[in-house]
Design a protein around this ligand. Structure first.
Ligand SMILES: Nc1ncnc2c1ncn2[C@@H]1O[C@H](COP(=O)(O)OP(=O)(O)OP(=O)(O)O)[C@@H](O)[C@H]1O
Ligand SMILES: [Mg+2]
Length: 712
């Protein structure tokens, strides 16, 4: 008899859920239920008593999908989610490092540097070493450092062969020293430090290896070398790794992710169970057909085809604006209509390829008064006033944090000039101390003003002890003079509102019992997306990059900015591998939609201060025209495909020759499930796909090798 948890699953899914405690790989396309299988397996392991909540770890990539995972588990089982080790790689490493901070060589209150802060820290190092910004652009140095860290290499492990590479290595070395002195860690450091903690410390390693009998990994295709090595250390000899993934959704190769890990995993662990799932439960037929048609253009694939039982559904809507302004106007109005018709705002997503694109959409939403939330962009916590407030909080937690100190030593202005700050920096350099230590002993003309700053921070530290988080924030805003400063500033209302929102964020934020609330809140601010634009519990429209949308699903999706140069992105345009990665990203984007998909683009767009004139994305042309509905007439002929006017009516492709399998356009066929239909398109030869317009089920793409079509 089947278990109640697996009753609603198909046989392959149920089999995966109930696999024995051995390594397993579930390799399947978008929306086929991988995450559902993973979460059901957790519930099944727990409810059948095979394991206790502390005996498992589940890991994924984004905060939103980690939350989603937790809520799926707790909806199946009454359980306190706090005790579970379910989270992102960064989140789980952070948790381990806080617990074992001494062994990891970090202060308990170590601050996490976000990308911008890391860049600022690197600039300080370059200045100290007198390395020229033009020759050693800080961003290049940042990529160099992160790239090495993501491959598990410390400065001492890096090769150098000429002056240039030697200087880069010295910069990396100095940066490591500086971070250690200040007690801060950047994102890649979290993983590397945690990996080193486990590999150097046999007792801690043994503890976790015994503890985590099951390790479950979602989105396995996007793990990089270091993450894979970390997982291997945690699993040890006994832990069973249950990995789920989809090679077609590998979208982090640019950050060192390695689809090859899937093959390595099968080999390294002699994986006996490889399960494939082929039914898509998420999307209506047209949406799935579009996704299948796009991804079929990639050459490097492990190869799989998805089908759905769902109806074809609505056509995919296309809108082309004269400008990005008009495009966002359309999106906002259309989204408002959907919401008015009863769609929950949280089931509507607006996706874009790059963060920079969100500004104009946010502006349109803001003007229309539509509540929205941005995920993955750290938007809220990136605002200037919030950064300042967080810097004070960080100094309360750890005064050695030089980045934080430099940010606020004279903000709001308190008469500490640039000269005095340089004096403190020079003193710190000579003494090999942190800026805080140097500031504490400063003499001379600036002694009074700097002394006052030092005393203020000390007072805050003393006050904060034992206070609840909201009161700490409140007290800091008051004593620092920040709130006062923005209240007096012309047009400062929004900043004041944001600072007050920070108090709300502190109020709604939940802390584990064993955590220091201030430290936990600061980690939250660095690691979690800034989802405070709308009140924490308000229903809001969802905005995010395609990367951040991975694993999620929405009833309606707007995919914006479908122009060459934006999507596919300029950086990848000349590189076939890059284009394949962009196409996988497009596949991810399309497959987020359950019922309705909008593709939008603009003929002109302001980006980085320049107007650029766009041409429709090549990916638009890869979607069969029969699936599309054009909502407006285009303005200028688009040249994304020579000879195809952008608004051309959907037309059958008549110029193709009959493929080897004989299923040429116009062939009448029958499918065991979908009945009779006519072939309307094909691609990819004998191992490729055909598009069939079925009498009962509408248009579908099918894999010739699997579809078992009978020619009538
Ligand atoms: N057997 C099933 N019966 C009904 N619905 C299902 C079944 N399996 C999965 N679903 C639903 O299909 C949707 C997609 O599932 P899920 O998110 O687990 O897919 P996925 O393979 O993880 O997708 P992605 O590759 O995008 O991460 C979810 O809404 C899920 O609840
Ligand atoms: Mg998933």
């Amino acid at each position: 008899m089947s278990h109640p948890l697996t009753e609603k699953l198909n046989p392959e899914q149920a089999a995966a859920v109930e696999l024995p405690a051995e390594h397993a790989l579930i390799l399947a396309g978008a929306g086929s239920g991988k995450t559902r299988v993973l979460t059901t397996r957790i519930a099944w392991l727990l409810s059948t008593g095979q394991i206790t909540p502390s005996g498992l770890m589940a890991v994924t990539f984004t905060n939103k999908s980690a939350k989603e995972m937790l809520s799926r588990i707790t909806s199946m089982l009454p359980l306190n989610p706090r005790g579970l080790w379910v989270g992102t790689f960064h989140g789980l490493c952070n948790r381990m490092l806080r617990l074992h901070h001494r062994d990891a060589g970090l202060p308990e209150a170590f601050a996490i540097l976000d990308t911008q802060e890391q860049l600022a820290a690197i600039k300080r190092v370059l200045k100290l070493l007198s390395l020229d910004d033009d020759k050693y652009p800080p961003r290049t140095v940042q990529q160099y450092i992160n790239g090495h860290k993501e491959n598990g290499r410390r400065a001492g492990d890096v090769d150098a062969w000429d002056d240039y590479s030697r200087h880069l290595r010295i910069a990396y070395q100095e940066y490591e020293k500086q971070c250690n002195r200040e007690g801060v860690a950047d994102f890649s450091e979290l993983l590397l430090r945690c990996y080193e903690l486990l590999s150097h410390n046999a007792a801690i390693r043994a503890h976790y290896q015994q503890r985590f009998a099951h390790i479950l990994v979602d989105e396995f295709q996007d793990t990089n070398r270091l993450q894979y090595a970390w997982l291997r250390l945690l699993a040890g000899e006994q832990g069973a790794i249950f990995a789920v993934g989809d090679d077609d959704q590998s979208i982090y190769a640019f950050r060192g992710a390695n689809v090859g890990n899937m093959q390595d995993f099968q080999r390294d662990y002699a994986v006996k169970h490889v399960i494939r799932l082929e039914q898509n439960y998420r999307s209506h037929g047209n949406i799935l057909d579009a996704a299948n048609a796009v991804i079929a253009n990639n050459k490097q694939r492990l190869g799989k085809q998805l089908w759905t039982d769902a109806s074809t559904g609505e056509p995919i809507r296309v809108f082309e604006g004269a400008s990005d302004f008009e495009e966002s106007q359309f999106i906002v109005e259309e989204a408002q209509t959907l919401i008015r018709e009863g769609m929950p705002p949280s089931d509507v997503a607006i996706l874009y390829r790059s963060n920079a694109q969100s500004r104009i959409i946010e502006h349109a939403l803001f003007s229309a008064g539509v509540p929205y939330r941005v995920y993955g962009g750290l938007r809220f916590f990136e605002r200037q006033e919030i950064k300042h407030a967080l810097a004070y909080l960080r100094l309360i937690a750890n005064p050695s944090d030089d980045n934080a100190l430099l940010r606020v030593i004279n903000f709001p202005t308190r008469g500490i000039g640039a000269r005095s700050v340089e004096g403190v920096q020079e003193k710190a350099r000579l003494e090999g101390s942190t800026l805080w230590q140097a500031a504490c002993g400063v003499g001379g003309r600036s002694a009074a003003s700097i002394g006052k700053f030092v005393h203020m921070i000390e007072a805050m530290r003393n006050q904060a002890d034992g206070l609840p988080m909201t009161e700490i924030v409140d007290m800091m805003l008051d004593l620092s003079g920040l709130l006062e400063h923005y209240k007096n500033e012309k047009d400062g209302e929004e900043r004041v509102a944001n600072l007050e929102e920070l108090i709300n964020a502190a109020a709604t934020f939940s802390v584990e019992e064993d955590q220091n609330p201030l430290i936990a809140f600061l980690s939250h601010a660095s690691l979690e997306a800034g989802d405070h634009q709308a009140g924490a519990h308000e229903e809001a429209l969802q905005l995010m990059t395609v990367h951040a949308a991975k694993g999620l699903e929405f009833k309606a999706v707007f995919l914006s900015g479908l122009e060459e140069g934006l999507f596919p992105h300029d950086n990848s345009a000349n590189d076939p591998q890059g284009i394949e990665e962009e196409r996988r990203l497009m596949y991810v984007a399309i497959t987020r939609a359950r019922e309705r998909l909008y593709l939008t683009l603009a003929q002109s767009r302001m980006l980085h201060g320049q107007t650029r004139y766009g041409v429709a994305s090549r990916f638009m042309d890869e979607i069969p025209q029969s699936l599309l509905k054009f909502l407006n007439r285009g303005y200028a002929p688009s040249s994304y495909s020579a000879g195809t006017a952008y608004n051309a009516a959907p037309a059958p492709k008549l110029n193709k020759s009959t493929p080897e399998h004989g299923l040429g356009i116009g062939t009448k066929v029958e499918h065991h499930k979908f009945g009779r239909g006519i072939v309307t398109d094909h691609e990819g030869g004998a191992t490729g796909n055909v598009q069939v317009n079925f009498e009962q089920h509408g248009s579908k793409w099918l894999a010739v090798a699997y579809a078992k079509l009978t020619v009538l």
